[in-house]
Design a protein around this ligand. Structure first.
Ligand code: GAL
Length: 377
C-alpha cells in the first residue's frame, strides 16, 4: 500500500509537469526559451534523481553486506516430512539459507508436523519460547493461521507461511494491522488451468472415444487445502471454458499420497473401465500411483488414456519424456524456497514485506520435459 501511494505521488508530479508544459502559451521565441529552460531543469532533475538512486542502491548494498546471518535462529516447521514435494522444498530451503545466505546450519531447526496440527502447534510454541528470530511455517491446517500469527506477533517474531495458504481475510488482516506475517506460494488456479490445457493440447482434446465429451476421474489432494480445491476446479474449468463437454465419473481424496492414488485409480478403472479417458491427479505422487494402476489394467497413456499431475517430481518429468504421463506442472520449489528465505531476511533487516508473494507455475510437456529435468538436477 505504502509503495502504491509513492508510485501514485510520483505519477501525479510528472503529470503536473507535463500539463504545465502543455499549458504554456506565448510567442514561438518565448516558447523555445521556455523549452530550453525546461529541458535544462529536467536534465538537472534527472541528474539529481540518478544520484539519489545511486545513493539508495549503495545504502541497500551496504545494509546487505552489514547483515550477518550467522547468528540468526530460524525455526521451520513442515506439515509432514513424509511428502515428496515438501521434502524437495525443505531440502532446498535449508541449502539456500546455509549456502547462499550464510545462515549457520546449527541455528536452523526443522520440525516434522507429522500431519497433526496439535503437535505442530506445540512445536511452534517451543520455537517461540526458545527465542527464534524468524519462523518459516508450512501449516498442517492453514485455518490455524490466525491463532498462530497472534502468538508470533505477541512474541515479536515475524512469520513466513509457505505452501498452504491461509485465507484471504487473514492475509488482509496482516496488512491492515501491520502484522509481520506473509505468505509465499503459488496460485493453484494456474496449475489447474495448465493441467486442463495439457489435455486440450492432445490430438483429440481428451475425447479419446469420440463420444463428444471428456470422461474423467479426479484424484484429489487433501481437500482442506486450497491447492487441492483449485486444481480440481480449474483443470475442468479449462475444458469447459474451451467449450468441451465433460463427464465426471469419479472424485475421491488421495491426500497427496502415491499409494492412495494407486488404489483410487484402480478402483475407478475397475468400476468404469474403458469409459475413463482422463485421469486428473492434484499432484505427481498420486499420478505416479495412478500410472501403476493404469499399467496394471493394461491401459496405455497417450493412446487410450491421458494422465496429468502437478509438481514436476523428477520421476514424473521422466515419465512425461517417456510418454507415460501426458504432462505435469512445475511447482517451483526452488523459486519458492528462495523467495521464502529472502523474505525472512527482509523481516530481519526491518524491511517492509507484501502480505502475499506468488511464484509462477510452469507447464511441463514432452516439448520442454528434458529442459525441466536438467534444471532439476
Ligand atoms: C502441494 C503439492 C503437493 C503437496 C502439498 C502439500 O502444493 O503439489 O504435492 O506437497 O502441496 O501441502
Amino acid at each position: 500500500m505504502r509503495l502504491f501511494k509513492k508510485v501514485m505521488a510520483v505519477g501525479l508530479a510528472s503529470t503536473m509537469v507535463l500539463s504545465m508544459a502543455a499549458c504554456g502559451g506565448g510567442s514561438t521565441e518565448t516558447t523555445a526559451a521556455a523549452t530550453t529552460a525546461a529541458q535544462t531543469e529536467a536534465k538537472a532533475e534527472e541528474t539529481k534523481a540518478t544520484e539519489a538512486a545511486e545513493t539508495t542502491a549503495a545504502a541497500a548494498a551496504e545494509a546487505t553486506s552489514d547483515f550477518d546471518a550467522s547468528n540468526v535462529k530460524v525455526g521451520i516447521s513442515i506439515y509432514k516430512f513424509d511428502d515428496n514435494f515438501m521434502t524437495l522444498y525443505r531440502t532446498e530451503l535449508e541449502r539456500y539459507l546455509v549456502d547462499d545466505l550464510g545462515f549457520s546450519k546449527d541455528n536452523i531447526t526443522i520440525q516434522d508436523g507429522k500431519g497433526d496440527q496439535a503437535e505442530q502447534s506445540n512445536q511452534i510454541d517451543n520455537f517461540i519460547t526458545s527465542g527464534v528470530d524468524v519462523l518459516i511455517l508450512n501449516l498442517v491446517q492453514a485455518s490455524s493461521a490466525p491463532q498462530i500469527t497472534d502468538k508470533c506477533k505477541e512474541a515479536g517474531i515475524p512469520v513466513v507461511y509457505i505452501n498452504r495458504e491461509p485465507d484471504a481475510e487473514e492475509e488482509e488482516r496482516w496488512a491492515s494491522e501491520g502484522i509481520n506475517a506473509t505468505y509465499v506460494g503459488c496460485d493453484a488456479r494456474q496449475s489447474g488451468t495448465f493441467q486442463g490445457e495439457e489435455i486440450l493440447e492432445t490430438s483429440n482434446k481428451g475425447d479419446i472415444n469420440g463420444d463428444g465429451k471428456v470422461s474423467y476421474i479426479m484424484i484429489q489432494g487433501d481437500p482442506e487445502n486450497v491447492d487441492a480445491q483449485y486444481r480440481t476446479e480449474f483443470s475442468v474449468k479449462a475444458l469447459t471454458d474451451a467449450g468441451v463437454e465433460v463427464n465426471e465419473l469419479f472424485k475421491q481424496r488421495g491426500d497427496w499420497d502415491q499409494a492412495k492414488g494407486q488404489q483410487l485409480t484402480q478402483d475407478a478403472l475397475t468400476q468404469f473401465g474403458e469409459e475413463v479417458e482422463v485421469v486428473f491427479c492434484n499432484n505427481d505422487a498420486m499420478a505416479l500411483g495412478a500410472l501403476q494402476a493404469i499399467e496394471a489394467a493394461g491401459r496405455k497413456v497417450n493412446e487410450d488414456i491421458y494422465l496429468v499431475g502437478v509438481d514436476a517430481l523428477t520421476e514424473a518429468v521422466q515419465n512425461v519424456l517417456d510418454g507415460k504421463m501426458t504432462g505435469t506442472v512445475f511447482n517451483d520449489h526452488i523459486a519458492q524456497a528462495k523467495s521464502a528465505a529472502d523474505i525472512a531476511v527482509m523481516y530481519l533487516k526491518g524491511e517492509a514485506v507484501d502480505p502475499v508473494n506468488m511464484v509462477d507455475y510452469r507447464k511441463v510437456t514432452t516439448e520442454n520435459a528434458q529442459e525441466v529435468l536438467d534444471a532439476l538436477k
